[in-house]
Every structure is written in C-alpha cells, then in structure tokens.
Design a protein around this ligand. Structure first.
Ligand code: NAP
Length: 286
C-alpha cells in the first residue's frame, strides 16, 4: 500500500504491545476493502495514558484499540462510552468523534460472533466459566444477555467468582450465576456443559499447563472454548476433545473483535468471505 497525504492512521495503545497480531488483521482488511489506512502499535509508558489519548486525537487518528493494562483506566479520558462497554467497565476500541474518542468494547461482541461462526449456540445452555478475572467478568455479562440457563464461575480465588456472580444476579434481577471453588469441580452436577476457559493457564510458553487435569471434569463438557489464542491448540482444548467434546480456541474472538473495530472506524461491513480470508491470514502470522 502506498502511504501518502490521505493515509489515515489507526493504532493500538498498551504496554506491552510488541506481541500484537492486530496490525495483520487491520492491514489485511484495509488492503481488501480499498482503504488508505495503516495500523500501528504504540507502546504507552505508565503514567502517559491521558497524553496518549489526547495526542492521538490531536494527531487526527481515526481510531485506536486499547489493550492491557489500560482497558479500564482509559475510560476517564474519553468523550463518550458505549452502553455495553460502560456495563463491562472495559474499553478496547476508541472511535473518533467531533469532541474526542468514544469507547466501545468489541471483545465480547467479538466472542459472540466467533461462537456464531463456529456454530456454538448459547440459548438455554448451562455454562461454566473458568476464571474470574477481567475477561471472565465480561464473558459472564455477555452470557447473561444471551438467554443462557445458568452460569457457574469456577475460580482459584472463590471470592472473585462470587463477586461476579453477585454483580450479574443484581443486574439481571434473578439468580442466574453462582460461584464455586476451582478445586471443588468434582461437585458439579452430572450434566454436560459449555465451558469457557478464561484463565491465562496454558498460554505460551507454558503450553503444557491446564487449569484442571482430571479427565472426569472434561467428561462433563460438550463444548470447550479456550480464550487463549497462543498456542492455537491448548492443552484444555486437547482434553475436551479427548473426552468427547468439541473444542475451539480464542483466535476467532481476536479476529472478530478486530473486525468489529474496523467496521466502527470505517463504516464498512465485513462479509463472511473476507472474515474467513482474514482468519487464514492471522493463522499464518500467529
Ligand atoms: P486476569 O484478569 O489476570 O485473570 C486471570 C485469571 O486466571 C484469574 O481468574 C486467576 O485466578 C486465574 N489464574 C491465574 N493463575 C492461575 C493458576 N495458577 N491456577 C488457577 N487459576 C489461575 O486475566 P484476563 O485479563 O481476565 O485474561 C484472561 C485470558 O483471556 C488470558 O489468557 C487472555 O489471553 C485471554 N484473552 C483473550 C482474548 C482474545 O481475543 N481471544 C482477548 C482478551 C483476553 P485468581 O482470581 O485466583 O487469581
């Protein structure tokens, strides 16, 4: 692509950003939708977030993604925050408006679009969430809006899972979520669940680690979704498959959070054919 005086810039702010796959997504989309647009990672030092957001606006950036550790800290520096992002309390996409940036969360709609694309339905499901960090909390919020039957949060530190369950039940006005200690997994009812792995156990380089080893646990999982995308095939996914379930990784969630951000920045809708081609492209660079 030729960079000239009309080139628009989008970017990623975070710390670190050096591992990011997002430039591959956005540069591929730009070249296949005929947009004169580049996407650049910006390493933002601690204490410099406000300057980075204001500076990005002053430099006429079209939009930015936000990653760890700034997804919540960025909110005070935005002109507006979309309702879903406000509810989740985390913003990963900034869209330029006249007065400043508007913040969105495309991670959760991204996970939902990934699940739809993988043929995973949430309606009426009993769902296990492994973990109770920022992403697990957002996943629980997503599930509560998608008509699932029950959400069980399993976490090493049960208080964190209980806090999320209380918050979800308060928001929904019904007892849809409950918390369990991770080590109590054997007390789960003898049913088959959709399980979403939202801890960081099993991430590169510790690829042989998994949050639960016991095959009996995996016999209760009909579909396992690991949000980790590096490696693409995690030990969790292998154990789900070995025990008769279907398993999916987090790369499609990464893809669709990027696609939704790109759609917000450009107003262009990305069809399935281009989404699939972009998915092939990022598998090549992971
Ligand atoms: P986080 O806030 O740091 O939470 C980490 C979770 O992992 C906590 O529940 C923690 O339990 C648990 N954990 C950590 N070490 C553990 C251990 N040794 N044994 C048992 N549990 C352990 O992280 P996050 O921001 O929610 O991110 C979680 C995952 O989501 C990451 O792996 C990340 O790769 C993935 N992610 C994927 C995408 C995507 O696009 N696919 C996007 C964002 C994030 P305690 O509460 O007990 O500490």
């Amino acid at each position: 692509m030729e960079i000239n005086g009309y080139t628009r810039t989008c970017g990623l702010i975070g710390n670190p950003v050096e591992h990011t796959k997002s430039p591959a997504i956005h540069c591929f989309l730009a070249s296949h939708t005929g947009q004169n647009l580049v996407y650049v990672p910006f390493h933002v030092e601690h204490g410099c977030l406000e300057d980075a957001v204001k500076g990005g606006f002053a430099l006429n950036l079209l939009g930015m993604n936000v990653t760890v550790p700034y997804k919540s800290d960025v909110i005070p520096y935005l002109d507006q925050v979309d309702e879903l992002a406000a509810r989740i309390g985390a913003v990963n996409t900034l869209v330029r408006t006249n007065m400043g940036f508007k913040g969105y969360n495309t991670d959760m709609p991204g996970l939902y679009r990934a699940m739809c694309s993988d043929g995973v339905s949430l309606e009426g499901e009993k769902v296990l969430i492994l973990g109770a960090g920022g992403v697990a909390r957002a996943v629980a919020m997503l599930l509560a809006t998608k008509n699932v039957k029950e959400i069980i949060l399993l976490n090493r530190t049960p208080e964190r899972a209980q806090n999320i369950a209380d918050e979800i039940n308060g928001l929904e006005g019904r007892e849809i979520a409950r918390a369990m200690k991770l080590e109590d997994y054997a007390k789960l009812p003898d049913e088959r669940f959709l399980a979403i792995q939202a801890t960081n156990i099993g991430m590169f380089p510790k690829v042989n680690e998994v949050v639960v080893e016991d095959p009996a646990f995996y016999q209760k999982i009909h579909t396992g979704y690991d949000l980790i995308f590096n490696p693409m095939d995690t030990r969790f996914m292998q154990l789900v498959r070995e025990n008769g379930g279907r398993a999916f990784g987090g790369l499609k969630m990464l893809l669709y959070q990027g696609i939704i951000a790109y759609e917000l920045w450009t107003g262009i809708t990305i069809d399935d054919k281009l989404a699939n081609a972009t998915y092939e492209e990022i598998q090549r660079v992971v």
